[in-house]
Structure formats: structure tokens, C-alpha cells
Design a protein around this ligand. Structure first.
Ligand SMILES: Nc1ncnc2c1ncn2[C@@H]1O[C@H](COP(=O)(O)OP(=O)(O)OP(=O)(O)O)[C@@H](O)[C@H]1O
Ligand SMILES: [Mg+2]
Length: 221
């Protein structure tokens, strides 16, 4: 479904080289739930962004349906992404002047389709935000914003959810709802890659990819 082959990312800053992600491999199959763990700064977000077609790697390949995602035309990559990937950003990236409902509906504008209001409302209800539908992001708690970002990622029924620390700001009740949802999603053949510091959430995954902050080690368990 998604194959990361020796993907890496390096930044140069004031003459210093920052290895954001040393070469990493990961194959994500249908119906798989994979956790990505590692200390802060070990490259979890960088890996998810590369996997989701949002950040060019400096080396390696991201293969989807036998094609290299970064060899595709920009428009084709965006199209593939909108049809296949649900990305939940660690920093939410909600539109500040749009209501919760309109934020959840943003992907339908990008995909130039319509008629998803009912599904958006269903998702908002599912994640316990019914009474927040017309709130603006600044009126929400961190955990509420996290759930809006998750609902938005699910609007177009992606095949792969790339979720960056989505249980980090949630109380046990809401974390349970989100994790149950992810399990149902993989049971129906979807794939999940979850970057997390939360040992409880990672324990629920089928496999774990561990990134090392020392930048000299990377392994799976
Ligand atoms: N645009 C950038 N320019 C320079 N350095 C960057 C950039 N983006 C990330 N980095 C660096 O790359 C490393 C990996 O960042 P990343 O955000 O992937 O870590 P992370 O594992 O997600 O951390 P956290 O658990 O805190 O979210 C960090 O040391 C970070 O400072
Ligand atoms: Mg991160």
C-alpha cells in the first residue's frame, strides 16, 4: 500500500547539518496499524510528512501502487494524496477563521467534490464535538482541536491514516474513542501509521518502528 525505502531528510542551518531523519524503511500493508516511536526530535513528524507526499526526501523512494510518489507530477501527487491519505497534523493546522464544521469540510473543496456535509456532521458527533460545531478553533481546547483535525482527515474516506501524536492531548475517555476508531478502520482494511510518545497507544499497534535520537541506529521490533 505504501513503501518507504531508505527515506532520509537533512537540513542545513548556518553551516550545520541537521539529520532530521536518517535512512528509514517501512512497508505499510492493508489493514496494518503501525506505531512510530522515538524521542522528541528523532524524526517521527518528518517521516510522516514524507510518507504523506508533503515533504520531499533527500534520498530514498516512497512507492505507492508501484509508482514513486515523488516522481509524479505535483498535481498527480496532490490528487493521489487527497484520495488516499488522511493526515492528522501534530499542530492541527486548522483554518482560524472557519468553524469546526467548515474546517472538517475543507478537503471537499480541495478535491472539488460536494455533498459531504452529512458525513462531516456525523464525524463531528462521533468524536464528541456536536456542541462545538460552530465554534472557531481559538474557542476550542487542544484535545478538541486534535479531534477536529482527525475528523477532517477522515472526510474523504482515506485508505491510509497518518496520525501525528493524536492522543497526546486527549483524556483517557477520548483517547479510547480515537484508538477504537483506528482499530475499526484497520479492521475494515485501512492502514494506520501513528507517531506517538504514548506507550499505551503504541502497545495497540501491530508493529512498531523505533527511531533513534542518536541518529546512528534505527530498527523495528
Ligand atoms: N525545517 C526544518 N529545518 C531544520 N531542522 C528541522 C526542520 N524540521 C525538523 N527539523 C529538525 O529535525 C529533527 C526531527 O524533527 P521532527 O519534527 O521530525 O521530530 P519528532 O520526532 O516529530 O519530534 P516530536 O516528538 O517533538 O514531535 C528535529 O531535531 C528538528 O529540529
Ligand atoms: Mg513530531
Amino acid at each position: 500500500m505504501l513503501q518507504l525505502q531508505k527515506i532520509s531528510k537533512i537540513y542545513w542551518k548556518q553551516g550545520h547539518c541537521i539529520i532530521a531523519l536518517p535512512p528509514a524503511d517501512l512497508t505499510v500493508g492493508e489493514g496494518e496499524f503501525i506505531a512510530v516511536r522515538g524521542a522528541s526530535g528523532s524524526g517521527k513528524t518528518t517521516l510522516l510528512l514524507i510518507a504523506g507526499g508533503l515533504l520531499h526526501p533527500d534520498s530514498g523512494h516512497v512507492l505507492v501502487q508501484g509508482k514513486d510518489l515523488y516522481q509524479m507530477e505535483r498535481g498527480d501527487r496532490a490528487h493521489w494524496r487527497s484520495r488516499n491519505i488522511g493526515f492528522v497534523f501534530q499542530q492541527y493546522h486548522l483554518m482560524p477563521y472557519l468553524s469546526v464544521l467548515d474546517n472538517v469540510l475543507v478537503p471537499q473543496l480541495a478535491a472539488e467534490i460536494g455533498g459531504l456535509e452529512e458525513r462531516a456532521v456525523e464525524l463531528i458527533h462521533h468524536f464528541g464535538l456536536a456542541s462545538r460545531q460552530f465554534h472557531l478553533p481559538f474557542e476550542l481546547s487542544a484535545g478538541e482541536k486534535q479531534r477536529v483535525a482527525l475528523a477532517r482527515a477522515l472526510l474523504l474516506k482515506p485508505r491510509i491514516i497518518l496520525a501525528d501524536e493524536i492522543t497526546g492531548n486527549l483524556d483517557p475517555h477520548n483517547a479510547g474513542i480515537v484508538l477504537r476508531f483506528l482499530h475499526e478502520f484497520v479492521d475494515q482494511g485501512g492502514s494506520v501509521v501513528l507517531a506517538t510518545h504514548d506507550a499505551g497507544a503504541a502497545a495497540q499497534a501491530h508493529r512498531t518502528l523505533s527511531l533513534s535520537i542518536e541518529k546512528n541506529m534505527i530498527g523495528t521490533e
